[in-house]
Design a protein around this ligand. Structure first.
Ligand SMILES: [Zn+2]
Length: 98
C-alpha cells in the first residue's frame, strides 16, 4: 500500500507550532481527532506515541482573519485537569477525542 505518511494506522500527523519554542511539531494523533479551522477554537489533543497531552488552539497563518494554523503547549497528562485548565482560560473546550 502506498503511504507517504509515517504515522501508524488509525493516526494522522498534526503539525501545530509550539507556543513557547516556536518550533513546528509533528504530533501523531488519532485520525478522528477534530482540528477545527477558520474560527477561534480550542481543544485538547493527545500524542498517541508518547501519551503527552497538549492544549491546542487557533493560530493565524499570517493572513488577516485566517485561523487555519494551530498552537499547542503541553498540559497535564490528566485529561480532565487539562480540560479544567482550558475552561478557565478559554471557556468550554471542544469535544475531546480520548
Ligand atoms: Zn490561513
Amino acid at each position: 500500500m502506498a503511504n507517504q505518511s509515517t504515522s501508524p494506522a488509525g493516526t494522522r500527523i498534526f503539525t501545530p507550532v509550539h507556543k513557547r519554542t516556536g518550533v513546528r511539531l509533528r504530533i501523531p494523533v488519532r485520525s478522528d481527532t477534530q482540528i477545527p479551522r477558520g474560527r477561534r477554537w480550542q481543544t485538547v489533543i493527545r500524542d498517541v506515541r508518547t501519551g503527552q497531552v497538549y492544549r491546542a488552539w487557533n493560530k493565524s497563518c499570517g493572513l488577516p482573519e485566517c485561523m487555519c494554523d494551530a498552537y499547542v503547549e503541553e498540559c497535564s497528562d490528566r485529561i480532565q485537569q487539562c480540560r479544567d485548565d482550558l475552561k478557565e482560560d478559554f471557556g468550554e473546550p471542544d469535544d475531546l477525542q480520548e
